[in-house]
Write a new protein. Structure first.
Length: 120
């Protein structure tokens, strides 16, 4: 599992890329200035940091993702369950549902996921 990690601001910045890719670095700087009030240099610094982490790439001024948003958050979820619940998904679900009741639709969805997993 790769060590992809982002802070809150980096995550919001990454969402801009994922929602607009491929995006030119100049367009990304414009959007960052509008949304975050960043200078162009700040945008390029954060972009370089995320490229160095292997999440995005900037090829001749065109920014694209190396991993999808779904893949990124999947890795984050796996890491959280591993570090917090010793990798036990049932322990995570028990803790999660102790304070939040699942809707009948959520329960049905989870049952379908389990059924599909068992069929594989």
């Amino acid at each position: 599992m790769n060590d992809y990690q982002m802070g809150a601001v980096e995550s919001r910045f990454a969402d801009i890329i994922w929602e607009n890719e491929p995006i030119s670095s100049s367009e990304l700087a414009k959007k960052s200035e509008e949304l975050f009030k960043w200078k162009k240099s700040t945008t390029y610094t954060v972009l370089k940091r995320l490229c160095d982490k292997g999440i995005f790439q900037n090829n001749k001024g065109t920014v694209t993702s190396v991993i999808s948003r779904d893949e990124f958050y999947s890795v984050q979820s796996e890491r959280f369950v591993k570090e917090t619940f010793s990798g036990s998904l049932p322990a995570f679900l028990t803790a999660f549902t102790a304070r939040k009741n699942l809707t009948s639709e959520e329960v049905a969805y989870l049952k379908r996921l389990i059924d599909e997993y068992e069929e594989e």
